[in-house]
Each structure stands twice: as structure tokens, then as C-alpha cells.
Design a protein. Structure first.
Ligand SMILES: [Fe+2]
Ligand SMILES: [Fe+2]
Lengths: 282, 241
């Protein structure tokens, strides 16, 4: 029996997964003698060249050429989407992953497919929720007639609601994301979410506010997400108020920095004009 | 298909080394005929077969657009800060300065639009370039007309070469697509023709600067040398940060 097979068996033998074990254990025992069994339809998982694109965040987005392939191979997607269904009960854990692998037709789950373990499942959640926003945008009532701020608010809320199903497990997920090994990938994903929201909202600023907008939205989103994990109000109405307050505060800060900048440039040009009127040749 | 040979021919044209020692070489470059790409785009009944961009192509495009925006931002600020002190001594330069400024402002708008459309982040050193460019424009204008023109000469020499390098890389990229049986597509045809047009306008500015005594600036070699080195450094940094 390959060692990873034993790991799955150990996971499946936990009391919490007893029901699943009862049905799947004999099957596992039969097939475990053979090596890793893959579903006949899918090709062997390939390692996609992700390192280059990871080192260049926000690369050129073509409007006509075909989009880049999903960061997950078809095999990974099949297992992860099946595993995701187990998250509300089993959490972002190797147990969910093992259950999903079985449901997707894998008797074993090769550790080489998911070297990051439970974090792969978290990444799947983050990726699928972020990419689903573009489609959700169309179902937001009156989106086109909203102001930029209102659009950002609506999209951020849509994304927060994407955590609704797994909210009971989200604190565990945050704890995993905060581990030193995963913190970089987690922060990068947060930055991509903020970029996605501003892009979908139709913001076209390409000056220093590009950075401040993304930084403040990332902070607000992260805070709201954490707030939501403790929110017991119906339809997360307290999270909604929390989000609105944070966005309003950020708007005030934006106004403040803008007025400081305007004041500085006004003062500078006024100073130059005074000096010029005194005959200083500048 | 008409675009193929035309694209290849203009690839040869742009691979002419950018030599600025003689005015003929400059003329050759700045009067490069517009590619037929803009006119020869047939409305295609069948959907063009486009190749997905590789990560390194995306990285190149992202850093190219970012550095171009930074450069055009700097150019508008150089002219903005140069103009008042310069026109006080040389009022007759007003039409030239406003013509060059308007072209730079249009270039900046072009790249701002491209950055937003293609989701490219602006340079993180935006405020630094703003301050440096304003200082350079004002400083050279205070030194006199010749120094101001030498500044334009130096900047446009670097920028012209820089745009040529980008055009060459893009032509290699689309040439490769064509060799593999893919279409080039409107997005890249347009990008290449935009870069060519802007490159030609930059080289016109260079001509104007030389016509207006840029080379009489004292000491010309030091001034242009320092500014060109500064441009090279700024391009290097903007491509990365
Ligand atoms: Fe320009
Ligand atoms: Fe120029």
C-alpha cells in the first residue's frame, strides 16, 4: 500500500467521517492493492508553469486573445469541486479533500497533486469566488446606473456573500491562510480580489490612487470578512452595516488626501506667481 | 493576405539602427511610412484565430505599457515646467512648445487608456517621476533655450530608441504567430501602429530641438549625457517597479 493511501485511510477512519468510511472502506481495500487509480477520462495531472505569472502580478490582460488556462488542472478541478461540497461539514481539511477525491472517482489521492493539502481547498474557494464575481455583476439590480462607490460596495458585498456557505469554517481557513508558508499566496489573492472589484466597477484610474484604492479595499474586505465570521444577525445585516461604515470612512480619507494634494499644488503655484510678480525670473 | 508581407517589410525597416549623428538617419526614421495595418484590416467573416499570450509575453506587455505611461507623464511635466521660464525669454517658441506639449498630452492619454483597458498597474514611483520630470524641465529652462532644447534632444533620443525596441519585440511576437498559422488580430495591429505613430512624433520633437539650437548648449555632451543616462535609469526602474 503506498504511504499516501495509508494517510487517506487514516483520515477516513476518524470518527467524524465514520459514515463515509463504512461504505468506502471495502472498496479502498480492494483497490489499494493496485497502485493509484485514476479516472480513465482525465489525463495525468500536469505541472502548469505558474511561477512566472506569479512573479508578475497584474500582467497584461488581453481583450481579444483567449484567456489563460485555469490555474487548476482538470483533475485538480474535479477533485477540488467535489471536496468543496464537504467543506460545510468537514471544513477546509484533508478529510474534505479525501472525500472529494473519492467522489470524483479517485480511490487514492496522490500527495503530489495537492502538496499544500487543505490550503489547496482554500485557494479553490478564493479563486472560484473571485472569478464568479464577473458573472454576479450582471445580476446586481441597477448596476449600470450606480456610482463607482456604490458599485464597489455592491461587488464587495456579493463577494462576502460568497463566503456564506462556508462561514462556519472560515475562521479555520483564515488561520491556515495566516501560516507563514501560505501568507504570501493569501495576500496576493486578496490583492487580486481588490483589483477585480475595482476593474469590474469600471474604475479607470492609473495614477497613485490605483494603489491606495486597492490597499484600502483589501483592508476593508479582510476586516469585513473576519467580522462576518462572528455575525449571527439575519442575512448578515450587521456585516452589511460594518462594510458600509468602513467604505464611508475610506472615502473620507480619500477626500482628505486629495484636498492636501490640491492645497499643496495651489500653494506652490501661488508661491511661484508671487515670486514672478516680484521679478524673479522663474 | 496583405498584412503578412507588409508587417515583415516594416520589421526590416525598424531594425535600422537608431543613429542620430546625421540628420539623414534621423529623417529616415522619423518619416517611416505608416504601416498598412490600420487601413488593410479586412472585416473578417470568420473569427480570427488568436493565440493565448504566454506569461512572458504578458510580462513584457505589462512592463512596456507601464514604462511608456511613466515616460509620457514625465514628458508632459517636462514641457509644462519648461514652458513658462522659456517663453519669458523666447516668446516666439510658444507655438512649438504648445504643439509638443499637446502631442505629449495625447500620448499620455493613449497610455492611460491602454493601462486601464489591459489592467496594467501604473508605476509605483509615479510621484517620484513627477517631481524629477518637473525639476528637469524647470532646471533646463532656467539654463536657457539651448539647454531646454538639449533636454528634449536627449530625452527624445532615448525614447525613440526605446519605442523602436518595443516595436521590434512586438513584430517578432506577431511574426511568430503568423509563422504558426495564427492571426495577429486587431488588438496587436493597433498597438503596433500606435507605437509607430508615437515614435515618429517623438522623433519629430527631436528634429525640432536640433533645429532650435539644442547642439549649441554648453557643454552639450555633458548635458545630454547626463539626461540620457537619467532616462535609461528611469526606464530600467519603471520596467520593474
Ligand atoms: Fe510622447
Ligand atoms: Fe516627446
Amino acid at each position: 500500500m503506498p504511504p499516501n493511501c495509508a494517510a487517506v485511510a487514516r483520515l477516513l477512519l476518524r470518527p467524524s467521517t465514520a459514515t463515509a468510511t463504512a461504505t468506502s472502506c471495502p472498496l479502498r481495500a480492494i483497490r489499494a492493492a493496485s497502485t493509484l487509480v485514476r479516472p480513465p477520462t482525465s489525463a495525468s495531472p500536469q505541472t502548469t508553469p505558474r511561477s512566472l505569472s506569479q512573479s508578475h502580478p497584474r500582467p497584461y490582460h488581453s481583450t481579444t486573445h483567449p484567456p489563460p488556462p485555469s490555474p487548476f488542472t482538470p483533475t485538480e478541478s474535479a477533485i477540488l469541486s467535489a471536496s468543496y461540497a464537504h467543506v460545510p461539514t468537514h471544513g477546509f481539511t484533508p478529510s474534505s479533500l479525501a472525500l472529494g477525491a473519492r467522489a470524483a472517482g479517485y480511490l487514492d489521492i496522490s500527495t503530489s497533486i495537492f502538496p499544500e493539502g487543505a490550503f489547496s481547498l482554500i485557494k479553490w474557494h478564493l479563486y472560484t469566488q473571485r472569478t464568479a464575481l464577473a458573472g454576479k455583476k450582471d445580476s446586481i439590480a441597477g448596476f449600470e446606473s450606480m456610482s463607482l462607490t456604490e458599485r464597489v460596495e455592491a461587488l464587495t458585498w456579493e463577494r462576502l456573500m460568497g463566503n456564506g456557505e462556508v462561514v462556519g469554517r472560515w475562521q479555520e481557513a483564515l488561520a491556515i491562510m495566516a501560516q507563514p508558508t501560505y501568507v504570501f499566496a493569501s495576500v496576493k489573492e486578496l490583492a487580486e480580489l481588490a483589483d477585480e472589484i475595482w476593474y469590474l466597477a469600471g474604475d479607470v484610474s492609473v495614477d497613485p490612487t490605483w494603489y491606495t484604492k486597492r490597499a484600502s479595499l483589501s483592508a476593508i474586505y479582510a476586516a469585513s470578512e473576519l467580522f462576518m465570521t462572528n455575525d449571527r444577525s439575519p442575512d448578515f445585516s450587521e456585516t452589511w452595516h460594518f462594510l458600509r461604515r468602513r467604505l464611508a470612512e475610506a472615502g473620507e480619507i480619500g477626500d482628505a488626501t486629495r484636498s492636501v494634494r490640491e492645497w499643496l499644488s495651489f500653494t506652490a503655484s501661488a508661491g511661484v506667481n508671487v515670486l514672478r510678480s516680484k521679478g524673479v525670473p522663474i | 493576405m496583405a498584412p503578412t508581407p507588409l508587417l515583415l517589410r516594416s520589421a526590416a525597416a525598424t531594425s535600422t539602427p537608431l543613429r542620430l549623428t546625421t540628420s539623414t538617419a534621423r529623417r529616415l526614421l522619423s518619416t517611416t511610412p505608416q504601416p498598412a495595418a490600420s487601413t488593410g484590416t479586412s472585416t473578417n467573416e470568420t473569427k480570427p484565430k488568436l493565440k493565448p499570450l504566454t506569461p512572458s509575453q504578458k510580462a513584457f506587455l505589462s512592463s512596456a505599457l507601464r514604462v511608456n505611461q511613466a515616460g509620457e507623464l514625465a514628458a508632459t511635466l517636462i514641457y509644462t515646467s519648461q514652458t513658462p521660464p522659456l517663453l519669458r525669454r523666447e516668446p516666439h517658441l510658444r507655438p512649438l512648445m504648445s504643439h509638443m506639449y499637446e502631442q505629449e498630452a495625447a500620448h499620455l492619454l493613449t497610455f492611460n487608456t491602454l493601462l486601464a483597458k489591459h489592467r496594467v498597474r501604473p508605476t509605483a514611483l509615479y510621484p517620484l517621476w513627477s517631481v524629477l520630470a518637473t525639476g528637469l524641465g524647470w532646471g533646463t529652462a532656467m539654463m536657457g533655450k539651448e539647454a531646454a532644447m538639449a533636454c528634449t534632444e536627449a530625452v527624445e533620443t532615448e525614447i525613440g530608441g526605446h519605442y523602436n525596441g518595443q516595436i521590434r519585440t512586438l513584430l517578432e511576437m506577431v511574426g511568430q504567430w503568423e509563422a504558426e498559422g495564427y492571426d495577429v488580430g486587431e488588438e496587436f495591429r493597433e498597438l503596433i501602429s500606435t507605437l509607430r505613430r508615437i515614435r515618429d512624433e517623438e522623433l519629430e520633437h527631436l528634429d525640432h530641438a536640433v533645429e532650435h539650437d539644442a547642439q549649441k548648449a554648453q557643454p552639450h555632451w555633458l548635458l545630454t549625457g547626463v539626461i540620457r543616462a537619467g532616462c535609461k535609469g528611469a526606464i530600467w526602474v519603471s520596467e520593474r517597479v
